[in-house]
Design a protein around this ligand. Structure first.
Ligand code: GAR
Length: 208
């Protein structure tokens, strides 16, 4: 029996490292990188639940193929809005699954209260730029348009701003002559896949 009063049959296993919940809107390659690190034994964690605001998102397929519980966040037709009552439902689903740390992995809606309040300093986001540079969408395009010679990626705690929370880790990525938005994003994603597991490890160690 765990100290949270949940024993066998509760569906929640607190004995295998940090319990993660993942929110994503797209392909889920960052979630895959987290799973790969868990499989490789370099990250002591387990993904208990994957939620997406896009029922067609490949991240849900990846999770189902691994036997991970999934769910759809129904934002009622709003393209970018994440209504407060839906955030409350999302928080409850994560809590019911025993999630200790929430990882946004390509989740394209702004998290606000009450989800933030349900997981204080326990929601992480990965962003494809060296924050505070290039917040928002398609940061790799913003970097190319700005003509910088270096970009990268950032894992940070989520606060109620857009990509503004305290930075946990960053990795630099060069912008090469002839880069297209696609080639730069692909190089940044390779760095992201190293960075996210490392950042979760760092946060988990500090929470221990
Ligand atoms: C990642 O590059 C992530 O940094 C970015 O979406 C992609 C998701 O890829 N997130 C943002 O731009 C958030 N502002 P994935 O679904 O393959 O992990």
């Amino acid at each position: 029996m765990s100290n949270l009063g949940l024993g066998r049959g509760s569906g929640v296993d607190y004995t295998k490292g940090m319990v993660l919940g993942v929110l994503g809107s797209g392909s889920g390659s960052n979630m895959q990188a987290i799973l790969d690190a868990i499989d490789a034994g370099t990250l002591d964690a387990r993904i208990a639940l994957v939620l997406s605001d896009n029922p067609e998102a490949y991240i849900l397929e990846r999770a189902k193929n691994r036997g991970i519980a999934t769910g759809v966040i129904d934002c009622g037709g709003f393209r970018t809005k994440f209504p407060e009552e839906i955030q409350a439902i999302t928080a409850a689903r994560l809590q019911e699954a025993g999630v200790e740390l929430v990882c946004l992995a390509g989740f394209l809606r702004l998290v606000k209260q009450p989800l933030l309040a349900a997981f204080p300093s326990r929601i992480l986001n990965i962003h494809p730029a060296l924050l505070p540079a290039f917040p928002g969408l398609e940061s790799w395009k913003q970097a190319l348009d700005a003509g910088v010679t270096e970009s990268g990626c950032t894992v940070h705690f989520v606060d109620d701003g857009m990509d503004t929370g305290p930075i946990i880790l960053q990795e630099r990525v060069p912008v090469l002559a002839g880069d297209t938005p696609e080639s730069l994003h692909a190089r940044i994603q390779m760095a992201e896949h190293r960075l996210y597991p490392a950042a979760i490890r760092k946060v988990a160690a500090e929470l221990d």
